[in-house]
Design a protein around this ligand. Structure first.
Ligand code: CP
Length: 326
């Protein structure tokens, strides 16, 4: 099967095909129906970095398709610590498993691992580089949220806010949006944390309009406001990261002052809920335009679709449908 390592592999047809399969997965992700199309298959869930959503939703997606999940969260205590290469590790793990989901702190590491794997490897985040499944679930969420307001992805306005330098989700999402037309980007980041030039160039070359700003005020009247966490673990020091804490928080009062009434708020999560960070304040929890937990639901659908597609069972999912008694 094919690996999913980067959004660079995807064109608009591929994105639309993945979304069509993801939407077909919806009944099986609810509680009244299951499919057993991957019964007996084993997923190796390899996480070399902390994760809640990506790890659990890859596992849940595989389970919802009837498959088994081998969790390997303690990879820091694996033989890699004895100097084993990612290639050898992949040769070993892919002999045990039918698919691999992997997160690692180094850019390019998941692609390196994939060279030794003869089963599909899906990138769950490689350092500051990419997080393709997050970008797909974000884009599906954007499409669905815009639909509520009678809009579509072509021609919409997104404000990306916060740590655009180290935030891999905004890198992958920006690249995916290059397959759409006339998107307006407002990049709201402090000096030092602005979007890398190669992403800005890619977005400009796709014909999109970019506005770069270093302050929040008055700049958030977008259809989608995509907030990010300061990626403290990727800074040279904690002291350096602390300089940026809390600089770009959005509360209900800030939303009222600077967003449109229909601005949808997104965040890849986790949001840092400590008082001095508070990227998306808890007082937004009852705001109907807070889409953060709808993103999470869409993430399971995307990951189910990618497993079905990479394992070549997308056309027979319904054939293995099962009613459940609960
Ligand atoms: N959005 C995301 O990648 O979250 P986790 O780090 O919890 O997986």
């Amino acid at each position: 099967g094919e690996h999913i390592l980067s959004v660079n592999q995807l064109n608009r047809d591929a994105i639309e095909m993945i979304f069509a399969v993801a939407k077909r997965m919806e009944p099986y992700a609810k509680k009244h129906k299951r499919t057993r199309v991957l019964e007996g298959a084993i997923l190796a869930n390899l996480f070399f970095e902390p994760s809640t959503r990506t790890r659990v939703s890859f596992g849940t997606a595989f389970n919802l398709l009837g498959g088994l999940v081998r969790e390997t969260t303690g990879m820091q205590s694996s033989a890699l610590a004895k100097g084993e290469s990612l290639y050898d590790t992949a040769r070993v793990i892919s002999a045990y498993a039918d698919a691999v989901a992997m997160r690692h702190p180094d850019a390019g590491s998941v692609a390196e691992f994939a060279t030794g794997s003869d089963v599909p490897v899906i990138n769950g985040g490689d350092g500051p580089n990419e997080h393709p499944t997050q970008a797909l679930l974000d884009l599906l969420t954007i499409e669905r949220e815009l639909e509520r307001y009678g809009k579509n992805v072509d021609g919409f306005h997104i404000a990306m806010v916060g740590d655009l330098k180290y935030g891999r989700t905004v890198h992958s999402l920006s690249k995916l949006l290059c397959h759409y037309k006339n998107v307006k980007f407002t990049m709201v980041a402090p000096d030092g944390l602005q979007m890398p030039d190669y992403i800005l160039d890619t977005v400009t070359n796709a014909g999109h309009q970019i506005e770069l700003v270093s302050k929040m005020e008055g700049n958030l009247a977008a259809d989608i406001v995509y907030q990010t966490r300061i990626q403290e673990e990727r800074f040279p020091s904690q002291e350096e990261a602390n300089k940026y804490r809390g600089g770009f928080k959005i509360s209900q009062a800030i939303y009222n002052a600077h967003c449109k009434p229909e601005s949808v708020l997104m965040h890849p999560l986790p949001r840092d809920s400590r008082l001095d960070a508070n990227e998306l304040d808890n007082d937004l929890n009852s705001n109907d335009n807070l889409a953060i937990f709808r993103q999470v639901q869409n993430g399971v659908l995307i990951r189910m679709a990618l497993f079905a597609l990479t394992l070549g069972v997308d056309n027979v999912v319904e054939k293995y449908e099962a009613e459940v008694p609960w």
